[in-house]
Design a protein around this ligand. Structure first.
Ligand code: ATP
Length: 639
């Protein structure tokens, strides 16, 4: 369809082009169709005038002179090529006056020419109406073409679009019975709670009486909130596939245009169309593009257009009663920035939180996305789900695709567990860079650094269990220790401290073995500093600071208005440093105790480059933690 439209657009421009070429062609033809021969002024004076062959001359437009030859002389050999009817020749001049001066001078110098033989000189001003017209028609036509082109682009309709007059119309895509939207709730894995709620919306629209008979009201809006890639759009698409009612889908940014009032007009148009097709659903993706809190940028006024759009949305959502049966579903990653008026009950009555998937949900998502893949029958989806904590649905979809590509690269017939693991590494750590240049000394430092992490985490009760350790450079990192963190909802002090201690194990190992430290621990230090800062400033884990948090969930706290005094700032600094130093000392203590095993593990790493949990067990024995290194968490408790 689009192709056809584009074709039509091209045709219009062909027509414009053909008209322009036609006009230019006529002009071109006109100027060359005359049979008058061109000569020079000297030829005219010496060969024609001197020979007394000229009947008369006409100075035209002060630009050229037309020469008429006497009839009696036309049969001469040199005039053979010219027509019988004059003008027979022409030549260009700089000005008519100058030509007459030249003529006079010629008569004076050539006394042989009798006065009665002197020729008549006429002057004519001729109007080239056609040429004059072309002079303004062509620029006008070009301007017209440019204007039409811009208008078409602005209306977003391409060559066949509805023109500038459609700019205020909503850009919503309509899915109804006739469209082939095949997504159903089966395609959405996990998200049971969210699915239940949106299924109810579908039911509201299909059987409104069931709900309204008891006096209840059908909700007007549902807000899907959650991190990127968790399946909000997918859920909405499934509603479209299942509801069997018209479903208008568009993104918040589709309302925004550079013209004032367009956004509001599009909102009005969208609701008008949706109401006319009621019962129906409107889906607005990324609603934060228009729904951000109003009034924060009063000085610049830059937000006026967005605010108008939002106001119109608020008005429209108020405007339709429950009998209209139009439900608005919106999705956002940032519910916190939305205007309070938008999320109040009565507009978006329901907020559905779509969180990152848990273990069982990840397994279900793997199931959906491996359905069409040629996977090894032995592939354990539980194992894959365990390996991917923190992955969103979109990440898992990407991982499955990446695994398929990895297997294809190796010309395999089936996708196996290794391909999935390689894809995890690639997604989390970046592309492998085996040929990165490194000195032997550098490799040794990296091996000890990673072995340090491995040993310390192995010996601590609350540190996350290790999955594998590698010294193959990937992305920006030169080596890595991969952990499998618990999926916990709350974290206790001892868990944070053990994790910090394991993170500092890398630098501690470098110091113990080489008696020097390197820049390789930058990421570790950043992570540990953030954790220590959070313990003191956010979670109230520090005895000296007490049960105080300086965290502001509204995000209005700035660098300039620190909520604590200078004295407290000093204490905060000291306490953060103290926590980190204590953990560093603890890590060193563990490594000194197991120095032999540290060396053994580092050598194993240098040989094999990648070692797994099983290899660690061989070197370190079954995982067990030692009482000596347990921390005295009482020191964090207030007396
Ligand atoms: P964003 O907030 O960035 O727009 P989103 O939450 O709308 O993200 P989707 O666009 O719905 O995320 O998800 C992207 C892709 O991830 C989907 O097309 C689908 O392939 C996959 N996906 C996400 N969640 C799930 C799920 N629960 N089940 C199956 N596939 C999922």
């Amino acid at each position: 369809m689009k192709k056809k439209n584009e074709q039509k657009g091209i045709n219009i421009y062909w027509v414009y082009g053909a008209i322009a070429i036609f006009f230019i062609g006529i002009q071109f033809f006109n100027s060359f169709s005359s049979s008058t021969e061109k000569i020079t002024k000297n030829e005219f004076l010496n060969e024609f005038l001197n020979e007394n062959e000229v009947e008369k001359v006409v100075i035209v437009n002060n630009e050229f002179v037309e020469v008429y030859i006497k009839e009696s002389k036309l049969n001469k050999e040199k005039h053979k090529g010219v027509h019988q009817i004059g003008p027979h020749y022409y030549f260009n001049i700089t000005s008519g006056e100058q030509f007459e001066e030249d003529l006079k001078e010629f008569y004076i110098t050539n006394k042989s020419i009798e006065s009665y033989n002197q020729i008549n000189v006429d002057v004519e001003i001729r109007k080239d109406i056609f040429g004059d017209m072309l002079g303004w028609i062509i620029p006008l036509a070009i301007m017209l073409m440019i204007w039409i082109y811009i208008m078409r682009r602005m209306s977003g309709g391409g060559a066949s679009g509805g023109g500038i007059f459609n700019i205020g119309k909503s850009k919503a895509e309509l899915f109804d019975k006739n469209t082939n939207e095949k997504t159903t709730f089966k395609d959405v894995a996990g998200l049971e709670g969210a699915k239940e709620e949106v299924k109810e919306i579908v039911d509201f629209l299909k059987n409104p009486k069931k709900y309204t008979s008891l006096g209840g009201k059908i909700p007007k809006g549902v807000l899907l909130v959650g991190p990127p890639g968790t399946g909000k759009t997918l859920l909405a698409k499934a509603v479209a596939g299942e509801a069997q009612v018209p479903f208008f889908s568009l993104s918040g940014s589709d309302f925004v245009e550079m013209f004032v009032g367009v956004g509001a007009s599009r909102v009005r148009d969208l609701f008008k169309t949706a109401k006319s097709k009621s019962p129906s659903i409107i889906f607005i993706d990324e609603i934060d593009a228009i729904g951000r809190s109003r009034g924060k940028n009063q000085i610049t006024g830059a937000n006026d257009e967005r605010e108008n759009t939002l106001n119109q949305l608020l008005t429209e959502m108020d405007g339709f009663g429950t009998n209209h049966h139009v439900i608005v579903i919106a999705a956002t990653n940032r519910a916190d920035v939305l205007d309070k008026a938008l999320v109040r009950a009565g507009r978006f009555d329901r907020q559905i939180y779509v969180d990152l998937p848990e273990l069982s949900e990840r397994k279900a998502i793997f199931k959906v996305h491996t359905n069409d893949l040629k996977i090894n029958k032995k592939l354990d989806l539980d194992f894959l789900a365990k390996q991917t904590p923190g992955f969103s649905g979109a990440d898992i979809a990407n991982l499955c695709n990446e695994a398929a590509l990895t297997a294809a690269r190796k010309n395999k017939k089936m996708i196996s567990r290794e391909d999935f693991l390689e894809a995890v590494d690639r997604i989390v750590g970046g592309v492998e860079r085996k040929n990165k240049l490194m000195t032997i000394e550098e490799r040794k430092i990296i091996a000890y650094h990673e072995a340090g992490h491995a040993i310390v985490s192995w010996m601590l009760e609350h540190a996350a269990p290790l999955v594998k350790v590698t010294i193959v450079p990937r992305g920006k990192s030169l080596g890595a220790a991969w952990y499998l963190p618990d999926e916990r909802q709350i974290t206790r002090i001892e868990q944070m401290l053990d994790e910090m201690c394991a993170t500092l194990g890398g630098r501690a190992a470098e110091e113990i073995i080489f008696n020097k430290v390197s820049t390789g621990a930058l990421n570790d230090l950043e992570k540990v500093s953030k954790q220590a800062k959070a313990m003191v400033l956010i979670y109230g884990f520090n005895k000296k600071i007490g049960n105080v948090t300086y965290y502001d969930s509204s995000g209005q706290e700035t660098f300039f208005n620190k909520p604590y005094s200078e004295d407290t700032a000093k204490t905060i600094d000291q306490e953060i440093k103290k926590i980190i130093e204590e953990e560093y000392v603890r890590a060193k203590k563990i490594l000194k105790k197991y120095k032999k095993r540290l060396e053994e593990l580092a050598n194993l790493l240098l040989n094999k480059e990648v070692i797994f949990r099983e290899d660690l067990e061989k070197v370190l024995g079954k995982r067990q933690w030692i009482a000596v290194e347990k921390i005295n968490i009482n020191k964090f408790r207030k007396k």
